[in-house]
Structures are given as structure tokens and as C-alpha cells.
Design a protein around this ligand. Structure first.
Ligand code: AMP
Ligand code: TRP
Length: 339
């Protein structure tokens, strides 16, 4: 409360975002999502979620999923999310996500889900497991956001289409039943919103790539990072110049710019006349230095299960309360009989 009796939290706008615990986090998670979360948590009422319900849209080994879920919380902390400022929670701890998903899926067209590029990509990759959950997952994601009345959703570029669907579903519901949901906006970084695979720089860097050289994981050693960047696929021009059609070099310049804080112009001058070898060495060292503190802090947080559980317990209470408020309104408006 302020001196005038205002509740500051009520005046703050809200953000929500999440990561699916289907693998180890990568540098793309930092540049596309967590970096913005850390900056925004000072200004916004912030909710960050481990999207474990989403994880089972592809096959998971139960014991691994349990470990990865806690790993993800530890990565939130090691990247700089402060549990005193932000609410951190596990999606499956809040039943309202699945409950609202049922209601909203009853006003989502099959065609709307069928159009989603991530669905098309993932069903092409998992031909033996194209399940109904994978199909309707964007509806669940919309519910993650709408339950908390989030104003902004800091995500990487690949989530833009899901955010558009979220807005459509919210507007449709508000129109059919009167204003209920805040219409959220995506918040996508200009640099780092889509870090590409080091081996196939026309596809997104992914935590589940089978080629280990394609991805920089947040627990890779410095040597490993430097080696992976040295092996990164580039072109044969040997010219360090930003051109988005030179996918490999553009991607390395993007990583270097984020890790070192240098602009593309600075980088071009730094390597004028130099070969890719020198450039890759500098990128590798800079990215290693950027990842090192996150990796070291991760080890510290991950070994403190008591702390992680306490944070999740608090998150369950706070997120549960907020989500329940919205769900209650929705149930009433759709006409479910209330006792
Ligand atoms: P996911 O692991 O798919 O749940 O992604 C969690 C968040 O990280 C989302 O906001 C993604 O857009 C973001 N993200 C994942 N991979 C990348 C990448 N290679 N480049 C940029 N952002 C990414
Ligand atoms: N679908 C997101 C991804 O795969 C993760 C996610 C789940 C999410 N729920 C969310 C992101 C809600 C933002 C808001 O990257």
C-alpha cells in the first residue's frame, strides 16, 4: 500500500509466460524469453510457469519429466527471476488451466487449430503420435494467459501465432458473454527472438534436436560452447556482415551481439578483413562467458530442493487464487449452475 492507500500491485500491469519442460533449456530460451522476463519483473506483476501439461503433448518418460520440471524452475532462478518479485508455479498445480481449456475448446474451430504452424511442424516430426492434445494445445496456452488477465506475454517469435489465436478466442468470448478477459499482447525481442540451429541455420534452435552440435544448452561447459560455435554451419563468403539471408553468420552475429552488448556495426568493424575462424573464436568465448554464471547458479539452485518446493508452494497459492477468480466468472457466464 502507498501512503494514499493505493495498492501498487493493482496498478501494475501483468505479464505471464512459460517454458515447456520437455528438455534442457537452451541459449534461445534466454535470448527469446527469460532475458525479457528478468527485465520486466521489476515493472510488472509477473507470473512465470513451468508448462508441464504442455510437455505431455509429446512422449515423455515420467521420471525425466519430473526432473526437467524442477530443472526449469532452477533455470528461472539462475537466469535472474526473483521469487520475491515474481510468482513462479507449475501449471499442473493449478487445475483451472485444464478446466478453462475445456470451456474455450468448445468455442474454438477445428480449422483454427489446424492452421497452427507449430502443430504442423510437430505432427510432421511425431507421425506416430499425432494426438488430440497436440492439436488443441494452443487453446490450453490461451487459457494459461487469459486465466491471469495478462496484459503482455514475453515470448520468442515462434509463439506469435499462438498469441494471435489467444486474442481471437478472448475477443470471441468477451463478445459472446460480455467482457471477461484482458486482451493480451505478445512482447517479442527485436534481437534474439528466434535463435537458429547451429547446424541447420534455417530452423529454430531446439532443446529436443537429436544433433547435439546444433544447440547450446545452458549446462554446456565453456569448452563445449566454444567447440559447438567453431563447428557452426556458415557460408563460404568469409565476410562478417549482417545479412538475414546469410542465416549462419546472421545467427552468430545475433548471439555475439547479445552476449557482448556490441551492435552489428561494431561487430562488422571489429572483424573487417578477418576470417570466420577469428570471428567464431570471439563469438564462442563471449557466449561462454554469458552462459557461465547461469550454468553455475543453476547447479546451486538445483541442489536446493527445499527452496524450490517452497517457491512452488507459494506460487501454487498465489496463482491458484488468481486463476480461480477468472474461472469462477467464466463458469457463471456460460451458465453452469452454481451452489
Ligand atoms: P518452449 O521451450 O518451446 O516452451 O519455449 C519457451 C520460450 O522460449 C518461448 O517463449 C519460446 O519462444 C522461447 N524460445 C525457445 N526456443 C527459442 C529460440 N531458439 N530462439 C528464441 N526463443 C526461443
Ligand atoms: N507454448 C510455449 C512454447 O512452446 C510455452 C507456453 C505454454 C507459454 N504456455 C504459455 C508461453 C503461456 C507463454 C504463455 O514455447
Amino acid at each position: 500500500m502507498t501512503e494514499n492507500g493505493f495498492n501498487m500491485n493493482e496498478m501494475k500491469k501483468r505479464i505471464l509466460s512459460g517454458v515447456t519442460p520437455s528438455g534442457f533449456l537452451t541459449i534461445g530460451h534466454i535470448t527469446g524469453a527469460l532475458k525479457n522476463w528478468v527485465e520486466m519483473q521489476n515493472e510488472f506483476d509477473s507470473f512465470f510457469m513451468v508448462a508441464d501439461l504442455h510437455a505431455i503433448t509429446t512422449r515423455q518418460v515420467a521420471a525425466d519429466l519430473r526432473q526437467r520440471s524442477l530443472d526449469t524452475v532452477a533455470f528461472f532462478l539462475s537466469a535472474g527471476i526473483d521469487p520475491e518479485k515474481s510468482t513462479i508455479f507449475m501449471q499442473s498445480h493449478i487445475p483451472a488451466h485444464a478446466e478453462l481449456a475445456w470451456v474455450l475448446s468448445c468455442s474454438t474451430g477445428m480449422g483454427e487449430c489446424q492452421r497452427m504452424t507449430q502443430f504442423k511442424d510437430k505432427s510432421a516430426k511425431n507421425v506416430d503420435n499425432v494426438n488430440v492434445g497436440l492439436f488443441s494445445y494452443p487453446v490450453l496456452m490461451a487459457c494459461d494467459i487469459l486465466l491471469y488477465q495478462a496484459n503482455y506475454v514475453p515470448v520468442g517469435e515462434d509463439q506469435k501465432q499462438h498469441l494471435e489465436l489467444t486474442r481471437t478466442l478472448a475477443q470471441r468470448y468477451n463478445h459472446n458473454y460480455s467482457d471477461t478477459f484482458t486482451i493480451p499482447e505478445p512482447f517479442i525481442p527485436k534481437i534474439g527472438g528466434r535463435i537458429m540451429s547451429l547446424q541447420e541455420p534455417t530452423s529454430k534452435m531446439s532443446k529436443s534436436d537429436v544433433n547435439q552440435n546444433a544447440t547450446i544448452y545452458l549446462n554446456d561447459s565453456n569448452e563445449m560452447i566454444i567447440k559447438k560455435i567453431k563447428r557452426a554451419v556458415t557460408d563460404s563468403d568469409a565476410l562478417v556482415k549482417y545479412d538475414k539471408n546469410k542465416h549462419g553468420i546472421a545467427n552468430l552475429m545475433e548471439l555475439y551481439s547479445i552476449a557482448s552488448g556490441k551492435s552489428y556495426n561494431d561487430i562488422e568493424s571489429e572483424f573487417r578483413g578477418a576470417g570466420y575462424g577469428d570471428f567464431k573464436q570471439a563469438v564462442g568465448e563471449s557466449v561462454a562467458e554469458f552462459v557461465a554464471p547461469i550454468r553455475d547458479n543453476f547447479m546451486k539452485y538445483r541442489s536446493d530442493k527445499k527452496l524450490l518446493n517452497e517457491i512452488l508452494e507459494l506460487g501454487r497459492e498465489k496463482a491458484g487464487r488468481e486463476a480461480q477468480k477468472t474461472l469462477r466468472k467464466v463458469y457463471k457466464k456460460v451458465g453452469f449452475y452454481q451452489l
